[in-house]
Design a binder for this molecule. Structure first.
Ligand SMILES: Cc1cc2nc3c(=O)[nH]c(=O)nc-3n(C[C@H](O)[C@H](O)[C@H](O)COP(=O)(O)O)c2cc1C
Length: 323
């Protein structure tokens, strides 16, 4: 089944504080794939809070961006859906899976899996408020004793969702343990709308494994893409053309990291970008020799010129050794 008119079966997962414009642009620069924004709080967006408004503004991105909304108030959802559409969203996703306490306290995210009636009203309200396709991302259930993903998925379809994304963990598991692909397969076999599977995909082969095991129409990849902005495209090429990627030369990793930092600087300014780059540096050099020592040096750096210098020193040693 075709997933609407997306250009690929592969989605970069929404990740708060991570899938911002610099990372989306970098991911898109490697090729095909669909990209979901960080979650956007409807309370702040509908008030046109400057920071949130900027997060939702994807007008100058020349690849489709799914904008994810989080909240619980029906009117604010309707307002925010309209605003997000004006701000260039390609489609809208509703966050009904976030496990974070602050979000739950606001009756949002995975709390909505415990209030199926409110969740249904939210979906139909947003579907009516916008001409964009509306999807829903949710989990296996609240906890081990409250696994209701199948019932929830059917409700999403009946309420007008264009497709659903299922993360095979309960809210109480957060990100621990192994994602349950059986429940994803069960949902796929019962729904008429496309189903995207999510949880623990970390390679092109694992993506194919999930598709073959569950029958899903597409896959969503989160944590494994951190420090590997080419992964979404690699998975796409493997699924579509059977091309298995070779491991990336260190020069490619360095170049991606530098581009990422440059785009962080462009978007956030030098000071904030330097702070954010600390977490990215860790991910880019995760499996490299002496990475720990390099990271310890990098986190103490307080200016960008030195940051670039340290990156040169570290990566160029590898490159000169022909690795
Ligand atoms: C740091 C971080 C931030 C996340 N933020 C969001 C978010 O804003 N919205 C959302 O629906 N899921 C969010 N998630 C969950 C991911 O989208 C995804 O469902 C989860 O990581 C499982 O996929 P994976 O095993 O491929 O990482 C986040 C995950 C992480 C690790």
């Amino acid at each position: 089944m075709q997933i609407l008119d997306f250009n690929s079966k592969v989605f970069l997962a929404p990740m708060a504080g991570i899938t911002d414009k610099p990372l989306r642009k970098l991911t898109a620069s490697f090729g095909c794939g669909n990209i979901v924004s960080e979650m956007v709080a409807i309370n702040a967006l509908s008030r046109k809070n400057a920071k949130t408004y900027r997060i939702a503004d994807v007008r100058d991105e020349d690849y489709p961006v799914v904008v994810q909304l989080v909240g619980s108030d029906l009117d604010l959802f309707a307002d925010s859906a309209k605003l997000a559409e004006e701000l260039g969203a390609y489609s809208l996703d509703l966050n009904m899976g976030c496990p974070v306490k602050k979000i739950i306290a606001n009756k949002s995210g995975s709390y909505l899996m415990t209030d199926i009636c409110l969740a249904s009203k939210i979906i139909s309200t947003v579907v009516q408020a916008t001409s964009l396709p509306v999807s829903v991302k949710f989990r296996k259930g609240w906890d081990y004793n409250n696994i209701n993903a199948l019932e929830f998925a059917k409700m999403c379809e009946e309420s007008g969702a264009s497709y659903v994304t299922v993360h095979g963990r309960t809210r109480s598991e957060f990100y621990s343990g192994t994602a349950d692909w059986d429940i994803i397969g069960e949902i796929k076999s019962c729904l008429n709308i496309p189903v995207i599977g999510n949880g623990d995909i970390n390679s092109p082969q694992k993506a194919r494994e999930m598709i073959e095991y569950t029958g899903v129409d597409g896959v969503m990849v989160g944590r494994a893409a951190l420090g590997q902005p080419w992964l979404i495209s690699d998975i796409h090429n493997y699924l579509e053309k059977g091309i298995l990627p070779t491991s990336k030369p260190v020069a490619v990793v360095k170049s991606a990291l530098l581009t990422h930092i440059n785009w962080l600087v462009e978007y956030y300014g030098e000071k904030l970008a330097l702070g954010l780059s600390r977490k990215y540096v860790c991910w880019y050099c995760k499996n490299m020799r002496d990475a720990r020592k390099f990271r310890e040096t990098y986190v103490r750096i307080d200016n960008l010129a030195q940051a670039y210098q340290e990156i040169d020193n570290y990566f160029d040693t590898y490159i000169s050794e022909g690795e």
